[in-house]
Design a protein around this ligand. Sequence first.
Ligand code: 6R9
Length: 646
Amino acid sequence: MSESTGSEGRRFPAPEQLAASANVGPDVYAEAEADRLAFWATQARRLTWAQEWDEVLDWTNPPFAKWFVGGKLNVAYNCLDRHVEAGHGDQVAYHWEGEPGDTRTLTYAQLTEDVCRAANALLELGIQAGDRVAIYMPMIPETIVAMLACARIGAVHMVVFGGFSADALASRITDAGAVLVITSDGGYRRGAPSALKPAVDDALSRTEGVRNVLVVKRTEQDVEWTEGRDLWWHDVVDRQSPQHTPEAFDAEHPLYIMYTSGTTAKPKGILHTSGGYLTQVAYSHWATFDLEPDTDVYWTAADVGWVTGHSYIVYGPLANRATSVMYEGTPETPHRGRWFELIEKYRVSILYTAPTVIRTFMKWGEDIPAGFDLSSLRVLGSVGEPINPEAWLWYHRNIGGERCPIVDTWWQTETGAHMITPLPGVTSLKPGSAQTPFPGIAAKVVDDEGNELGDDATGLLVLTAPWPAMLRTIWGDDDRYVDTYWSRFGREVYFAGDGAKKDADGDIWLLGRVDDVMNVSGHRISTTEVESSLVAHPAVAEAAVVGASDPTTGQGIVAFVILRGSATDSGDDLVQQLRTHVSKDIGPIAKPRQIMVVQELPKTRSGKIMRRLLRDVAENREMGDVTTLTDSSVMNLIKDKLPASS
Ligand code: 6R9
């Protein structure tokens, strides 16, 4: 394989001190392998159960799994009260920072009281266990309070990313059958208040069944008000009792629905339940990041409205009694050093974010992180997309000071928690590869017939044993659940939809979604590999590659690139240079037919590039559904840049 895509041979062994002291050592894999169910039962005991389970796993009717059958627990109690009862009420749960610079500190004791008040308010509004509650909020503490209040009373939350449109919100409210919406007047983004309530009003004009809208005041923007339906959070919640006795729910009681990224037509409502989910998010958060609850300051710099926010801003960290940072705004507001300023201010020791952010930082230049004290960091994480080796190395050098291991965690909304990842005190790291199935997880790379592949052969990623945090179904559509994930290789093999390969050391490389694989003159080429090659060129900060239909080659490779701040040339010469670079790097077959220099790329909330839209542009088509774009104006900018002929 080419240098830029990872085989430069550099390995980054676990730092000695970490290897000696980490929460999890090398023996964990054998232990989990010896008895997978016993291993997960051990991890489930990290939680406090009101009643222990009779059976770890019921897999008699695959793919409908039941974990910790007969067990009962309360998820919010596990995240809050038990830490307070154990004497940690004064520990900070969140250092929250608003984009304008306002701050709030929430201890475990305060958060517990806030959640109890909100739970009592939901009960007063007639919300019952099993009811669905839509949450459409900015990144403020009330968002977490609302989620935990639902969990506490057994209501099912359905968080919709605040950047999504009224359309996206309406279709999700309808599909989930939500009876209450929790929102705010707005939140701060890029230095200005950005309204949320109008989108709720718009969505509710097209849906039925929502009885009330609970509105948090954040920006003081004017809002339209529907009497009898709309209620201010501070009017209803603040007067409630700070006490509420949690009820224990069945381990399989629904916890939340999260709709997936929308890279397909109709969004899928992924259903997660209680006991298995909390077990795996808590254990993985502790093991993958080597969390020390007494000393670490942990920061998942992502939106709560993405599964990463659910599992690693809210449930995992709270179940483990972590102290977290939560930030409302964008990384460039009011200046491009904002994140680094926060790391310095709160002495963040573990940072978890997405490759797209790292590539943005690369574009802005290494002088920015160099201006801050980042010496508190000790473990870094990546999630959301394959991290190009070039971005990995930049992250390692410029943010991690060459001392912090980077855990590249592969997982999905559907998997609920980490599935393939290095462990920071164990794994010798390979930039660009997620490497090893997590302890207790079984993953393989197979060909179209299901035969296992190795030696760098490109195939499909499958999971061959059920896992505690797995999705239980697609909300309201068991058939689609079976068809989408469990029919390609039989009912006991989960088809992830990602291309992958396993190298000679047995390490797994993720190659992007299967539908992102291009076919050029009969050769299968992954978009990820061409993107990594482009990003390895000194002039390129970020690249998106799509296969556009081509009369001679079947598909032709079309690349969209964002240049680094330091790049001087952006003309035809550079484009030719880049084409030659890819051709030398991967092979002439991978030489892009066309390269376009753009300012922005269309992204989902999780930072995934929406290649589907770029393909529409590359093939000169009307654009498809843009409701899940974080910023829909981006596509107009790109189209304006196009030469009329393309
Ligand atoms: C957590 C999350 C899932 C899809 C997944 C894959 C891609 C996520 C990755 C990665 C390579 C990683 N993905 N992490 N690809 N390396 N470390 O992102 O969930 O939004 O559901 O997306 O994201 O393609 O199938 P979700």
